[in-house]
Design a protein around this ligand. Structure first.
Ligand code: ACO
Length: 331
């Protein structure tokens, strides 16, 4: 059996319309635009409308991908939704997206990789293409982080926003490269530093879990920061080295958008300047699984990336999880 590489054939993103600036947040949270911007690089974030949920954002991004590629939803074989904020624990967001876009012939599942979810999902989906069992795979990174924030925890609630990004994976043509390689890691020891304590089988929802704010993101910010810089640099350097590239060969480095200072630290280590790095954290904050596909979609829309460009995505998130994907842009 000859193995075919997977390539991205369309990309899009969707962000809710409502902008919440740091100033607006500072009206209800004990914080300031200055503090948030200096510590994180964030100016504003997008927030869903009442009644919207993760599958709505995901379905919008997915529909746009189909439109760009000019195909019908019934042609999709598989839908993977990377998210930590599915509409509900079950059915999966992937099943809801399948219904909403009318992808009648697709199966699908959710993938829980936190901020590395999209990178994990891209690597996972590409295997179904590579083995030849699937020809059209939708990979979506979507999160509604504002649904799991405690607005009394000012060091955490200012960091996140809502959004979705999606790509279509198909087999690469003869002579095309597509997805070249990936590095994926998990370190369960890091779970204690970034987690949501309740709502699962350990602490099922109760009046007590609600009263103790256990249904929101809990984190040790300093620890996460330290591990994020190290983890993101490691997976970036490892994948470049083993594919005999240097950072200078990259047209675009797409780091997960968690904190501008984390991104800058990684850039310094990799010796990359702004011209080669995707940064949009100022506009959207940390949208967890959605940051990387949103960056990719914006870079494609603005023609910052064109056919044959070398792109490196790198992520770090709760778990701890980390990962990188190296690819040539084939659109
Ligand atoms: N507004 C004003 N003051 C604040 C705020 C706020 N929003 N939040 C914290 N402070 C105060 C603290 O109370 C503290 O005051 P004190 O010195 O009087 O006690 C002071 O600011 C400094 O607080 P630190 O927590 O030490 O601030 P730090 O420089 O570490 O920044 C931050 C905090 C932004 C959370 C940082 O640690 C960080 O970004 N960590 C990474 C976390 C992350 O990105 N998580 C996302 C998920 S994981 C991922 O995507 C990689």
């Amino acid at each position: 059996m000859s193995l075919r590489r997977a390539k991205i054939t369309a990309v899009s993103h969707y962000l809710p319309e409502r902008r919440v600036t740091n100033q607006e947040l500072a009206q209800t949270v004990d914080t300031s635009d200055e503090w948030i911007f200096e510590r994180t690089g964030i100016r504003e974030r997008r927030v869903i409308a009442k009644g919207q949920a993760t599958s709505d954002l995901a379905a919008k991004a997915a529909r746009q991908v189909l439109e760009k590629r000019g195909i019908d939803a019934t042609e999709i074989d598989l839908i993977i939704v990377a998210t930590v904020t599915p509409d509900m624990l079950f059915p999966s967001a992937a099943c809801l997206v399948q219904m909403k876009i009318g992808a009648k012939n697709a199966w699908g599942f959710d993938l829980s990789g936190a901020c590395s979810g999209f990178v994990y999902a891209l690597a996972t989906g590409s295997q179904f293409i590579r083995t030849g069992t699937h020809r059209k795979v939708l990979i979506i990174g979507a999160d509604v982080m504002t649904s799991i924030l405690n607005y009394e925890d000012r060091a955490t609630c200012v960091l996140f926003g809502d959004g979705a990004g999606a790509v279509l994976l198909e087999p690469a043509e003869e002579g095309e490269s597509g997805i070249l390689d990936f590095v994926l890691r998990s370190d369960g020891e890091g779970g204690q530093f970034l987690y949501m304590p309740a709502g699962g089988s350990l602490n099922p929802a109760s009046a007590e879990t609600v009263q103790k704010n256990m249904h929101s993101v809990h984190q040790n910010g300093k620890n996460v920061f330290k591990f994020a810089v190290r983890g993101m640099c490691e997976v970036s350097q490892e994948i470049l080295e083993r594919n005999h590239f240097t950072a200078q060969d990259l047209k675009l480095y797409i780091p997960h958008q968690a904190n501008l200072r984390i991104i800058r630290a990684a850039m310094e280590k990799l010796q990359l300047d702004d011209s080669r790095v995707a940064i949009n954290i100022d506009k959207y904050a940390n949208t967890t699984a959605a940051t990387i596909p949103i960056c990719l979609s914006e870079a494609s829309e603005s023609k910052r990336i064109i056919k044959n460009d070398l792109i490196l995505m790198a992520s770090f998130g709760a778990g701890f999880t980390s990962g990188s994907v190296l690819l040539r842009w084939e659109i």
